[in-house]
Ligand binder design. Structure first.
Ligand SMILES: [Zn+2]
Length: 415
């Protein structure tokens, strides 16, 4: 892999097109100047053209010469690629499920670009895709594209409101920029506060996480905008912030708030106190940024990571196994007949496991929206109906540990 990286660095640093672009620009400048001269005084045309001949020829020759290292660089790179992947051909696309839904693929690409904040690339892509609509090619074993044409059309033209999505994502990127680059929690806190009810219903801790970080910032001496101040009254300002802002969190986060307030007693040397990890946590900003992205996307009805990215990564992980499978099938001359199912297991990392289900350990039933999993304060989880039966509305003992609790202390678990 080092070979490839070396070649890419070489291509990026020396063998790039910047010299050739300059050469061509010079030629254009010469031509434009000549045109202006002739337009101003048509009499001079023969002379101007004659004078133009040599410099133009020279510039074009230089441009050709500058292209040479690029060709040789590209050749070297493709040789390095061939060398690296010589035993690893891509699997043949006999079952090309993608070609029957080009509109949906385009939509996924456009969504990915919007989600990555590549707004201008996304709008160019959508324009070009609309101008040259791809032709679906039916593939055996996949749903007929024509049945779903209306939905595919919608996908690119009607309901796919890229401007609305773009403005929503630009809000997200603005808030993330303020968080990551400016260390300014203001816009994120404002966003979370406006959606306090929805976030709490989802069981999200985002608003409190942001306010806690704000407290920590004030404590260690940052001002409202996130800039570091010289003043010594950080703990006092943090105290004032806690008094004015923490009241709504009192019920849900009393333990966390106690810890923050407890740290006040150590204000001259929090560094050496048991509270150190709350105040000097380098990853805190990245954690709230990730938590914010997750909540923002889920309120839009989207997952935190781009589905296209997840699909491509899962595909890359699966590729070696699929290649091996293809070889084995070729050797044994067997056919893979089940189109919607792979004959081998593809081990994916836990974050790539979706559609988690919960089976209640008491009733052995799978949870539903009407009968959701509930976590008791001891940390054990059972289904709502089992909880009701066991507790009969009063304090009860957990079936799995000695912990006792009241059913109202149980929290709904979101999978
Ligand atoms: Zn328990």
């Amino acid at each position: 892999m080092d070979d490839l990286r070396e070649q890419i660095e070489l291509l990026e640093s020396s063998d790039n097109l910047s010299a050739s672009i300059n050469d061509v620009q010079k030629a254009i400048d010469l031509l434009v100047a000549a045109r202006a001269k002739i337009a101003a005084d048509p009499q001079t045309a023969p002379l101007t053209l004659a004078k133009l001949h040599d410099p133009l020829k020279k510039t074009m020759e230089v441009a050709q010469k500058d292209l040479k290292p690029i060709y040789s660089g590209l050749n070297k790179y493709s040789r390095a690629l061939d060398k690296k992947f010589k035993d690893k051909p891509l699997p043949a696309a006999e079952n090309d499920a993608l070609s029957s839904h080009p509109q949906l693929i385009n939509r996924a690409i456009a969504m990915h670009l919007l989600r990555e904040g590549q707004f201008s690339v996304a709008s160019t892509f959508i324009d070009e895709a609309n101008r040259n609509p791809p032709r679906p090619e039916p593939t055996p074993g996949t749903p007929n594209p024509y049945l779903q044409e209306a939905c595919s059309k919608d996908a690119m033209h009607g309901t796919f409101n890229s401007e609305k999505l773009q403005s929503q994502f630009s809000e997200m990127y603005h808030i993330l920029h303020e968080l990551r680059q400016q260390r300014n929690l203001g816009p994120a806190i404002e966003w979370a506060r406006d959606r306090s009810g929805v976030l709490e219903a989802r069981g999200s801790n985002l608003e409190f996480e942001l306010c806690r970080l704000k407290f920590v910032c004030l404590f260690v001496g940052r001002d409202e905008g996130g800039a570091i101040t010289e003043s010594e009254d950080g703990p006092l300002r943090a105290w004032a912030y806690a008094r004015s802002e923490f009241a709504p969190f009192q019920n849900r986060y009393s333990r966390d708030i106690q810890k923050l307030i407890g740290a006040m007693a150590f204000w001259p040397n929090v560094q050496d106190s048991p509270y150190r990890r709350y105040f000097y946590n380098d990853s805190a900003w990245e954690e709230v940024a990730a938590s914010f992205t997750r909540e923002f996307c889920s309120l839009l009805g989207l997952s935190a990571d781009s589905p296209l990215y997840i699909a491509a990564t899962a595909g890359a992980i699966a590729l070696p196994t699929l290649l091996k499978l293809q070889n084995i099938m070729k050797e044994k001359r067997t056919e893979w007949t089940t189109q919607n199912e792979l004959p081998v297991e593809i081990p994916l990392p836990p974050s790539y496991h979706f559609h988690s289900i919960f089976v209640c350990p008491v009733s052995k039933e799978q949870s539903t929206d009407q009968n959701p999993p509930m976590m008791m304060p001891c940390g054990h989880v059972i289904a709502q109906e089992s909880l009701n039966k066991l507790s009969k509305g009063a304090r009860f003992k957990c079936p799995y540990c000695p912990g006792e609790s009241h059913p109202r202390d149980a929290k709904k678990v979101f999978l």
